[in-house]
Design a protein around this ligand. Sequence first.
Ligand code: 26W
Length: 822
Amino acid sequence: NLQIEDDRTGLSVECLKRAFLDNLFYVQGKFPKIATKNDYYMALAYTVRDRLLQRWINTAVIYTDRASRTVSYLSAEFLMGPHLGNNLVNLGIYDQVKQAVSELGLDLEDLLEQEEEPGLGNGGLGRLAACYLDSMATLEIPSLGYGIRYEFGIFDQDIRDGWQVEITDKWLHCGNPWEIARPEWAIYVRLGGHTEAYTDERGRYRVRWIPFQVIKGVPHDTPLLGYKTNTANTLRLWTAEAPESFDFAAFNSGDYLGAVQEKMVSENLSKVLYPNDDSSQGKRLRLAQQIFFVSCSLQDMIRIVFGQNVPLEKFHEKFVVQLNDTHPAIAVAELMRLLIDEHDMGWDQAWSITQKSLAYTNHTLLPEALERWPISLFGELLPRHLEIIYEINYHFLEEVKAKFPADSDRLRRMSLIDESGEKYVRMAHLACVGSHSINGVAALHTKLLQQDVLRDFYQMYPEKFNNKTNGVTPRRFIVLSNPRLTNLISSKIGDNWVKNLKDLKHLEAFVDDPEFCSQWRSIKSAIKQDLVAYIQKQNGITVNPDSIFDIQAKRFHEYKRQHLNALHIITLYNRIKANPDIDITPRTFIFGGKAAPGYYMAKLIIKLINSIGDVVNNDPDVRDRLKVVFLKNYSVKFAQRVYPAADLSEQISMAGKEASGTGNMKFALNGALTIGTLDGANVEIREEVGEENFFIFGLTAPEVYALKARGYRPLDYYHSNRELKAVIDRIASGHFSHGDTKLFKPLLDSLLYRDEYLLFADYQAYIDCQDYVSQVYRDRDRWTRMSILNVARMGKFSSDRSIHDYCQDIWNIQSVPIELGE
Ligand code: 26W
């Protein structure tokens, strides 16, 4: 019986080689002699995609036949990272493909480098969405990720003269082999115009919306395969286009340019990702993006409901819709509108379905990041939604009155409309009222939501609140990014941990095994060596591989306090200048991260770090004891290179500001020790790894509030702390700015006279803790032991655990295993 492997599905080295050459020829239209690296990358991507398609279609068929309950994860951002390597890991063919391409004279790492990652997110929130999609596929949970296919994702960051410069991210310029456009499933979204009341044939009051503009949304689907399962779920991203029929009038009247203009205006909608992750500025285009992708997605779900012969009254049984922050919170009003205006449903039933379908995740404690839309702008773009929101608000405030009689201040605070000055729609309130679940992303964050940011809503609906501590996928952030550590771990405890991260616990049995400890240490050392080479090439800086690799990689924000880290660097520098022979533990300070283009202070902090680097790295007194490296253009691809090389992970936000953090988890999972405040998920990480294996410092969230309430005076700290004063004076003197004493003045003034994020209050505790870190690092066996215990005890922070908890507590959904049909 002859077995022939299909060139589109076979997984043997021979078959992969054949398929690869076939795709090079028939898809790229090239042969080896003239093929570029990109041609090879594309040929390999199509070879892998073919293997995904079989699983993807199988999955779709089974979900359709069974009308499976499905999670819709609505997110304005998905920071997926490169697909190729991840798909190789999840298909379980990394080694076979490596061999296949090497037999053709190519290097797999080289081809992986070619991929332009889809940077369709800013940071934590977008990356969390991507980890969750990986875990849902791995746990065989039917799910759809819905978002926007931005033509330009997060900008590329260049550094010129120490300053951040933004460059447009043209991630689609070579095409995207991972997506399939589905123009036949396009959906139309209305914007602007006005509403008219009328009485329908049954004598009921109805509203008709006459829009000013209609936009067409075209879905682009990407398959997302689970780890060693046959489940391939879908990421469905919408592109905005002009509807072909809408501009016919202009076209026919000979107004060709007018018609093309219309097309350009429409396409603007999905043109670019907003690069802010801090302040909500009330931009019309951003609100248009939100309604665009939310309406497309909800209409798509309704189409699926009808397609599977599920009555619309059971929408909430077929779908549960998770709102990733308030960016998709307009879904509350849009689902009401679709059910009532478009599908003839009554208010009460529509409201019940809406609440049962929607669930809301909050990701921020920064008051300035809570989204609000000026009523005027909102009503202009979404006149019907504003009416619906007013009506929801009326019913809601009646409910509040019933529960809390004679409390008009509470009504004012809780209203969906902020009427304290210019009127605004409060999106977090809309999300809370319209959802059956409200969750924070770490235990402390959820507690602070309940006590502070959403206190009134907690008192109104305590049963809606729950915590879901974030997690990260071990597939991308260990198996793919750290193969050496992966192999060492699996050689000791097998490979079950990849799907069952709690199994890392079994590593504890080896913590006293000197052979294992020495392997652990030499792996970290080898990875650091790779980063040394990269830094030499990228930054031209020679780094001591035996120094502590002290890394802070995350968006630049004052609350994250990269400048506190900078104050520590200058403290060490000052000690060396005062005593050139001082015995200090060598350190390499590595920074990575982007600042929002309009965030002046964050950009000035980047400039400060680069300026410190220029001086410190070239001062002969320093020798090779301190180096400061800013790695430009931090991205998922880049993060995968950085986490494995870290000795020390900086998680130093002011307590009470970082909702969770997820970088903290990725570092610790790769054997870095954490220096951190009791903020976000740091609290839980410390709990898990043990306080003796975690470097904690600084004020706690309640201490922060108390200090601020007492009246915080940063100048007092400056005057009473000799080292702190010397650090500030050193910057002020122009030492890092070629004598320019004005350059960093705005930053210094903000610290000396406001210091909103309490750097001065935490300075001494931070320095003391860092001195302790330096001391511990000198005992290399102790450090290695701590590193092993960190990894062994990080099992809780798999996104598989998070998703499992969402399934149980919020989504009420079970797995649907997929068999691979012949
Ligand atoms: C209004 C503009 C805007 C855009 C994005 C406001 C806020 C955001 C995000 C919510 C910012 C964000 O990424 N938050 C991060 O979410 C992570 C995932 O839950 C957490 O780990 C981080 O602590 C949180 O800062």
